[in-house]
Design a protein around this ligand. Structure first.
Ligand SMILES: [Zn+2]
Length: 503
């Protein structure tokens, strides 16, 4: 559709739309803005006071974690130690933002109005969405710089975007390549860091310190940098390449990859092969992850005879608990043995069982009617899931019943991605790393990543983070990556992407 607005925008870089808002609407926004100035919550003022958090670290952290609420940015010196305003509130506030457009009714009514939507359509935006997170805006700038189209999806809710940049291939009907990373990181304890955790300081040894330098903003940026370099070199590939950035991986992907995979939007990407996160490696070899264990969080809710602590009652919850814990620990010992007996095995090859929660009891001299014990189980690929579950129930029956099993998480078995001649993408990947003389160690991932959801719908996925000679510091204090390792990783990805996108 031809659009006069678009012509104007292209011509001038801006557009003026007269009478877009009514006088009443302007007034309502003005009144709302005024109220925000006068009524900014005292505790929020404190967060921003910048008096106790003069360093960049505090501000950076705040900036990254503050997208969930309306936030108030005060002028330096406007707020006292206790959050009290030191100057007239009408000049104390620098700006208000972040969740303002979602949460404040006056701003929400305009931002999400059909008029704004209509303008977006006229400017040729496809599926316009209001994006407020700094990360999405950063990626949009990258997409613009690289001249790649970008789409933002919200498979779970407004707060959890999925961003996809697309570089169309020469044969766009072929299944595509997906380079996936997650935008979220785990929290930090700034007092345990020797550098600001969101500052990306580089020390004299060339180490870049920041949360996400290993897990996994680094890899997301390498994906972007590799594609940018390839594009600039004039390279063309058969297959379309999608670079995706998802939310919520660290919390299990419930608001990110998991709900995205079954959508029509995901299916429309027509993914034939995906790459996602791996792990750093302290030596010269690079781990490559082709499978994951299944996470089961099992609760045993154990009821038994209650009564006075001076008696010897039959079938108490405590006896049953002891039996169940004993059986689980017995199984655990067999897995410890397997690891000890076979140096070839790594932790991802065996089943791990850990007692993680205990609860119950009312008073120290009362035999309780109910006790709870929870285990974190990671079922290895060689486990028969039905048999494992049948065993849990059998133990409960053997000890006299009255035990209810519930699951906080119970992942199904997901077949591993083939790393043999049957998988042409693996062959293309391997050819790239062989040619660069990179030693690859295929293995099963210890934890859980978004790759699992991709594999679960039958798409081959490999977890790979090119960070060798790097201590494994994901989720740890002072997470870092060496600058030259990072840059080398960009080259490694260029080679791998070139190969897999031409399969
Ligand atoms: Zn990660």
């Amino acid at each position: 559709m031809h659009s006069k607005l678009l012509d104007e925008l292209n011509e001038n870089g801006y557009i003026v739309i007269e009478d877009f808002l009514t006088a009443e609407e302007v007034d309502s926004l003005y009144q709302a803005g005024r109220a925000l100035c006068l009524d900014a919550p005292q505790n929020n003022r404190k967060i921003f006071s910048t008096i106790k958090q003069e360093d960049a670290q505090g501000k950076e952290l705040y900036f990254m974690e503050s997208g969930d609420k309306v936030r108030y940015f005060f002028e330096k010196g406007a707020v006292g130690d206790e959050g009290q305003l030191l100057v007239d509130p009408m000049i104390a506030l620098n700006k208000v933002g972040h969740a303002l457009h979602v949460e404040h009714p006056a701003f929400n009514a305009i931002t999400f109005s059909n008029r704004v939507r209509e303008i977006c359509w006229q400017l040729n935006y496809n599926k316009p969405a209001v994006c407020q997170t700094p990360c999405v805006e950063f990626l949009r700038r990258q997409a613009n710089l690289m001249d790649l189209p970008m789409k933002v999806y919200y498979p779970a809710n407004e707060k959890n975007p999925v961003v996809v940049l697309t570089w169309k291939g020469l044969n766009p009907e072929l299944p595509s390549i997906l380079l996936n990373s997650h935008m979220d990181v785990v929290p930090v304890f700034p007092e345990n860091w020797t550098h600001p955790p969101f500052g990306a300081d580089i020390d004299e040894e060339g180490r870049i310190f920041a949360r996400g330098t290993q897990d996994m903003k680094s890899v997301g940026m390498q994906h972007l940098a590799a594609v940018r370099a390839l594009k600039r070199s004039g390279a063309k590939f058969k297959r379309t390449i999608h670079i995706s950035f998802v939310a919520d991986e660290e919390m299990g992907g419930r608001y990110g990859m998991r709900p995205f995979v079954p959508t029509d939007d995901f299916r429309a990407l027509n993914v034939g092969f995906a790459m996602d996160e791996g792990l750093a490696s302290p030596d010269d070899h690079l781990p490559l992850f082709y499978a994951e264990r299944a996470v089961w969080r099992v609760y045993f809710n154990i009821s038994g005879t209650a009564g006075h602590g001076s008696l010897l009652l039959p079938n108490t919850a405590g006896e049953k608990l002891n039996y169940i814990v004993g059986k689980m620990m017995e199984f655990r010992r067999t897995q410890v043995q397997r690891l000890q007996n076979n140096p070839e095995l790594v932790i991802g090859d065996v089943t791990t069982i850990n007692l993680t929660k205990l609860g119950g009891g009312v008073q120290s001299n009362v035999v309780p009617p109910l006790l709870m014990v929870c285990f974190d189980c990671r079922l290895a690929l060689d486990v028969d899931f039905e048999e494992f579950e049948a065993n849990l129930h059998k133990w409960c029956a053997d000890v006299g019943g009255g035990i209810e099993i519930t699951y906080e998480q119970k992942q199904p078995k997901v077949p591993p991605t083939a790393i043999d001649d049957s998988n042409p993408f693996w062959l293309a990947f391997k050819k790239a790393t062989d040619e660069m003389h990179i030693s690859i160690k295929p293995q099963i991932f210890t934890g859980g990543t978004d790759s699992r959801y991709i594999r679960a719908v039958g798409i081959p996925a490999l977890g790979f983070s090119p960070m060798n000679n790097t201590p494994v510091l994901l989720h740890d204090h002072d997470e870092f990556i060496q600058a030259d390792i990072y840059l080398r990783g960009v080259q490694i990805f260029q080679k791998i992407i070139s190969n897999v996108a031409n399969v």
